[in-house]
Design a protein around this ligand. Structure first.
Ligand code: ATP
Ligand code: MG
Length: 413
């Protein structure tokens, strides 16, 4: 993409009403637009990053047998009354609105109920199980505090997967497969080193659930980390009993701030009992389906990456989620020599299916470099009269700042 064609502009000043570093940098670099408190739109650069995150998650969900679908946002009140989660006293994040026929509807903040209800039409016998179904879908939550930028918004994309199994054992096995898939997801997203499988409260069906918590001061959670064992305990459940369950010593734990980027949950038969989701076992007996739910917030992940991978100049994207692999920056000279060379290299890179953002604008080197630092593409190629004097391109690593001169002819080899 040529930067002269990119409609978004960078800006020098931080937006005045934004306190979160992630949103501040993403707005300044033109990735997102703040609609209102806790509500953000994704602009072309932002959507490219979001889609990369989504595709890594999708790949790993497909690898464990997940089938993708897309559920409705508007919710049927009756479905939620059956699980007793319609009442605002039970769930305090609902956005609800009236339908013109006098009925009420709510905007989905999660999808256990509607999917359990759908599965009643499709699950009959033990032969149908297990099933894993997932989606990338917009959730709405009337969050009280929305001061963490895209890490906690009132409208956000969620990957939610649900498993449907014959019994506790099968459900437990699927849960382990998903836990491993989640470890791979966060590794591939470039935040594996800071992300810990964290024991959290489990609800009525299992003692613990597992959160994937990423260490950052921008996080709203407190966790206790055992760095050697690579596990952590959420403060909410931190006590002597949990320590002995997990076989960890108090002295090995470090208190840290973290953000929950993912969450996996054994649901048991809570929703299948409430909504009547049963199957016939080998003996023709009716049994309730065992369920699990597994969430990741791609927007929250994107915000977390920015919190972790940025410096005073801007963002430093990991290669796996960068909007473009290369930022090609032309520094114009007195004649067309540099522009012609940059145009040619751009075409060659495109022909090799390499994703390039080409800064072909007529601006000063200083303006272009500071924009490039802000946007944060990990690899920068600079072409100027000076680099061409030795027939080369300057290749700069955004993270280390290391510079290398590479012959123009060999860049695409
Ligand atoms: P939290 O405890 O942070 O409020 P949660 O436990 O309510 O989150 P889940 O219901 O488990 O979150 O949602 C699954 C995933 O969706 C979370 O792990 C997180 O990545 C993401 N998520 C949840 N709430 C938000 C939000 N308000 N904005 C962006 N992402 C969110
Ligand atoms: Mg949580």
């Amino acid at each position: 993409m040529r930067q002269t064609q990119l409609f978004t502009k960078t800006r020098r000043e931080a937006p005045r009403d934004e306190v979160a570093k992630n949103a501040e940098l993403l707005i300044r670099a033109g990735y997102i637009h703040k609609e209102m408190a806790g509500v953000y739109s994704y602009l072309p650069l932002g959507l490219r990053v979001l889609n990369k995150i989504v595709n890594i998650i999708r790949d790993e969900m497909n690898a464990v047998g997940g089938q993708e679908l897309l559920l409705a946002s508007l919710q049927n009140k009756e479905t939620w009354e059956r699980s007793d989660r319609w009442d605002d006293g039970k769930v305090d994040v609902w956005f609800k609105t009236a339908i013109k026929n006098g009925n009420e509807t709510g905007l989905a903040f999660t999808h256990e109920e509607p999917l359990t209800n759908i599965m009643r039409d499709h699950i009959r016998s033990f032969r149908d199980l297990p099933i894993a179904a997932y989606q990338f879908q917009t959730k709405f939550r009337n969050e009280v505090r929305a001061k963490s930028g895209i890490m906690r918004s009132r409208e956000f994309l969620m990957k939610d997967l649900y498993t449907f199994c014959r019994d506790e054992k099968e459900q437990g096995e699927y849960y382990e497969r998903l836990k491993e898939a989640y470890v791979r997801v966060f590794d591939r997203l470039g935040i594996g080193a800071e992300t810990f499988v964290t024991f959290a409260s489990g609800g009525s069906f299992s003692k613990y659930s597992h959160e994937f918590q990423t260490i950052t001061d921008a996080g709203e959670d407190i966790i206790y980390v055992d760095n050697t064992k690579r596990i952590a305990i959420n403060k909410e459940v931190y006590n002597d009993e949990v320590l002995s369950d997990l076989g960890v010593n108090k002295s090995d734990l470090k208190e840290m701030k973290a953000v929950e980027v993912g969450n996996i949950f054994n649901l048991g038969t809570k929703f299948s009992d409430a909504l009547g989701l049963n199957y016939k076992d080998e003996n023709g007996e009716s049994k309730p389906v065992f369920m699990g739910s597994y969430g990741i917030g791609p927007g929250r992940v994107m915000g977390t990456i920015v919190e972790l991978r940025s410096d005073d100049k801007g963002i430093v994207w990991p290669e796996s989620v960068t909007p473009f692999a290369i930022h090609l920056v032309l520094i114009e000279g007195k004649d067309d020599k540099a522009r012609n060379a940059a145009d040619r290299l751009y075409r060659e890179l495109i022909a090799k299916n390499i994703e390039v953002l080409y800064d072909d604008r007529s601006l000063s080197a200083g303006e272009k470099f500071s924009d490039s630092d802000l946007i944060g593409i990990p690899k920068r190629y600079v072409i100027s009269d000076k680099t061409l004097a030795s027939g080369s391109v300057e290749v700069k690593d955004r993270m280390t700042g290391k510079v290398e001169m590479v012959m123009v002819d060999s860049v695409c080899k």
